[in-house]
Design a protein around this ligand. Structure first.
Ligand code: MG
Length: 370
């Protein structure tokens, strides 16, 4: 049997995807030009580079919301990332967009996250005050452009323009980005709305009454009751979460299809020139999600059982940061080499942002003994 060449896969994309989808054969390419691959498209190749990156493997031991290791079923940055990739693919395929591109962006979107979740990021931002700050989206780009170093001929993973574009937020980019980038961005939100609710119920910090306060939960609870009137906890909440994801994904697919149609865009560059993002929720769901987001901030992210352990962890982060600034010779070799070009604070920040929760805790013990 004849095997399929990259050129044939590129032709398949042209035949099957929408005119406004980003085709891999039309990629603007890489900062350091490389010969193309025999049987992988440019975006498939980027996806593989991301999955094989060390920063990707470390996502397994980084906190999403609940401190890493506190429960076997709670999300980590890695399982969060895989869920985002899965939802991105579903939306991209339903809209005849480039699944490989949406997936690659989703897999890389959290590579720049610091250990210890939201609170870790806040603490690192504080440590970098007056030294250029810290922002996890910018950091994801630093990881793929500079900090990963698997190739002898260039720094970073040398990803395509389109995947790098997808890692930059709308305001950094000054254009809308591709539809595939917009999908990965919204899929991230859908994923954390649903799994943070799921994990919070699992972690016993939300009561049934509290959950009924949010329209998103009430609506899906109603849907599940209609379909399965007999079901009780713990199956009930699992079914509600599943319904929430389904409602969100379906809403994004239909609302985005309408928005794309009425915008009249015909090419990926038409999409980039739009004033408003075309991958979107309906106005109704947008309002319900804003309420859900407030609910999560009020009742989950800063719940004492979440915030207290994170606060203690963050104190460790600060101590380790200050120790490395005072004694840069304690840094690993690869990091120490970057001090000259990146500066001391940025080098320490990159080093700590890359750490897993457990490695930071180990470093805290090691440095305390010195
Ligand atoms: Mg994320």
């Amino acid at each position: 049997m004849a095997w399929k060449t990259r050129e044939e896969m590129e032709a398949d994309e042209r035949g099957m995807l929408a005119s406004f989808a980003q085709k891999s054969g039309d990629s603007r390419g890489r900062i350091f030009p490389e010969p193309r691959h025999a049987y992988r498209t440019e975006f498939q190749r980027d996806r593989a580079r991301i999955i094989h990156a060390r920063a990707f493997r470390r996502l397994e031991y980084k906190t999403q919301v609940f401190l890493n290791g506190t429960g076997d079923h709670l999300r980590t940055r890695l399982t969060h990332t895989i869920e985002v990739a899965s939802i991105s693919r579903t939306i991209a395929r339903a809209l005849s967009l480039n699944e490989d591109l949406a997936e690659a962006i989703a897999l890389a979107h959290d590579l720049g996250h610091s250990p210890f979740g939201h609170s870790g990021e806040e603490m690192l931002t504080l440590c970098m005050h007056g030294h250029g700050g810290f922002e996890h989206n910018e950091q994801s780009l630093r990881v793929v452009d500079l900090l990963e170093a698997p190739y002898p001929d260039f720094p970073g993973l040398n990803l395509t323009f389109e995947v790098r574009e997808g890692l930059q937020k709308h305001r950094q980019l000054k254009t809308c980005g591709s539809l595939e980038a917009q999908i990965a961005n919204l899929a991230d939100e859908i994923t954390y709305y649903s799994h943070d609710l799921d994990d919070a119920v699992d972690f016993d910090i939300l009561s049934a009454n509290q959950l009924e306060e949010t329209a998103v939960w009430r609506h899906s609870h109603g849907n599940v009751k209609e379909r399965h009137p007999e079901v009780r906890e713990p199956e009930l909440h699992t079914l509600i979460i599943r319904d929430i994801i389904d409602v969100q994904v379906r809403d994004v697919i239909t609302s985005s299809a309408e928005a794309i149609e009425s915008s009249g865009v015909a090419t990926p560059d038409d999409v980039r020139g739009q004033e408003r993002l075309l991958i979107r929720y309906s106005d109704e769901l947008q309002t319900a999600n804003a309420e859900l987001r407030r609910f999560l901030y009020q009742n989950v992210y800063y719940h004492p059982r979440v915030a207290e352990v994170n606060r203690q962890a963050c104190e460790m982060l600060r101590t380790v940061f200050e120790a490395f600034v005072l004694a840069p010779d304690l840094l690993g070799d690869a990091a120490a080499k970057r001090i000259e070009s990146e500066g001391l604070y940025r080098t320490v920040c990159d080093y700590i942002a890359g750490m897993t929760d457990r490695y930071l805790i180990e470093e805290h013990v090691r440095l305390a003994k010195l």
